[in-house]
Design a protein around this ligand. Structure first.
Ligand code: W6P
Length: 380
């Protein structure tokens, strides 16, 4: 059979977005057979849309060796799930399915640096112009968002029905119904501190305030969320704030101004505001921080497989755009405001009500190829 026919077939269906509430409900009384029946179609639908969109990526990028590799691995995963198409959910099939999903999860775990490498290979073959840059920004956002959704569904199934245990016993698979926001910020700070100190940097102190304006005034701010996603977002932002502060005051400064974090739970949004005194970013540079392949720090060293050596303080320039995708994934947001000469504020918003936290997925039938039009701006 031809795989492309199957892609066409499944791309006729629209993806079914799940909410944090529906994921929690399913974790409580869902059954593996239902999950199996849902996922063996839903995953194919989502991969088909992804594959369809990849056809609109500039040929120059598609033809890079790295992109060929990426497409091959998606084809492989698609075929592996497709093989369950006509198989009844008997215990053997269910066990094999879960194992297949674990394998797929591992196959795609480190695929982001390969996307980054594809971009670099394209750049080497000839400079990337502004239109191409916009075009790629648009597609990388969509592909990576789709990837976040697919991995979330796969993770949830394998944690609920496989042999692995969630990080904390109170978790429902990857979701923590009582995710403690202060604790996540502290954990992310501790890891960042460790990372900087290993590179002989001291770092600014962390000051956290939290306020629950939604539930009981004196209660902790907890949210229904995927702690791994929140950690990823906050870690990325803290790293940026810490690095900016250390670079502004120098390695041998006596003292650094602290990084201040405010956590507030309102009725609709939970907001995490992170403020640094790292000197800020000029307005013309601010939106660039979200561009793939834009990084202010030197590129990390890589080994022959293009895997970063150690944990670099600065990455390939994918940290912030991907952190924003994680925030947007359940209808939240991440934005930056900066006062050049002083410091930067980062705001993360998360939906307080899990029923409102539904997946934010690209719709390929409404794809418009770029954030800007080829005609360019309609303002001077
Ligand atoms: C900076 C640059 C930046 C990006 C993201 C978050 C915080 C900060 N601070 O100076």
């Amino acid at each position: 059979f031809k795989l492309s026919k199957q892609f066409e077939q499944y791309a006729r269906f629209q993806p079914t977005p799940v909410t944090l509430k529906s994921l929690i409900d399913f974790a409580v009384d869902g059954d593996i057979k239902d999950s199996y029946k849902f996922l063996r179609v839903e995953l194919l639908v989502r991969w088909s849309h992804m594959r369809k969109e990849m056809n609109y990526i500039p040929t120059r990028l598609l033809e890079t060796p790295s992109f060929q590799l990426i497409n091959k691995s998606y084809d492989q995963s698609f075929s592996e799930v497709l093989a369950f198409n006509n198989i009844e959910p008997n215990p053997t099939a269910l066990r094999n399915f879960t194992e297949t999903l674990v394998g797929i999860r591992r196959r795609h775990a480190d695929i982001i640096p390969i996307f980054a490498r594809a971009y670099m290979e394209m750049d080497k073959a000839g400079p990337i112009d502004l239109i191409e840059k916009n075009h790629l920004q648009y597609f990388y956002d969509r592909i990576f968002m789709n990837r976040i959704g697919i991995r979330t569904l796969i993770y949830q199934h394998t944690l609920l029905f496989g042999n692995e245990l969630p990080q904390h016993p109170q978790q429902a698979g990857i979701i923590d119904p009582y995710c403690d926001v202060v604790r996540i910020v502290q954990d992310a700070y501790a890891t960042a501190k460790h990372l900087f100190e290993r590179a002989s940097y001291r770092i600014p102190a962390l000051e956290i305030t939290s306020h629950n304006a939604c539930d009981n005034e004196n209660s902790h701010v907890t949210i229904v969320y995927i702690p791994a996603h929140l950690y990823h977002i906050v870690f990325e932002l803290l790293k940026n704030s810490l690095r900016a502060t250390v670079e502004r005051y120098g390695l041998d400064a006596k003292e650094y101004p602290p990084v201040r974090v405010h956590i507030v739970k309102g009725h609709e949004d939970v907001t995490i505001a992170i403020a640094d005194r790292g000197g800020g970013v000029p307005r013309s540079k601010l939106s660039q921080l979200f561009h793939y392949m834009y990084s202010t720090a030197p590129k990390p060293q890589t080994d022959s497989n293009n895997v970063a050596k150690g944990t670099p303080i600065a990455g390939f320039g994918y940290g912030l755009p991907i952190a924003r995708l994680y925030a947007k994934y359940f209808q939240g947001n991440l934005s930056l405001a900066s006062v050049e000469g002083m410091g930067t504020w980062a705001y993360v918003s998360i939906k307080a009500e899990p029923a409102n936290a539904s997946e934010h997925l690209p719709i390929s039938s409404k794809m418009r190829y770029s954030y800007t039009t080829k005609k360019g701006s309609d303002w001077t």
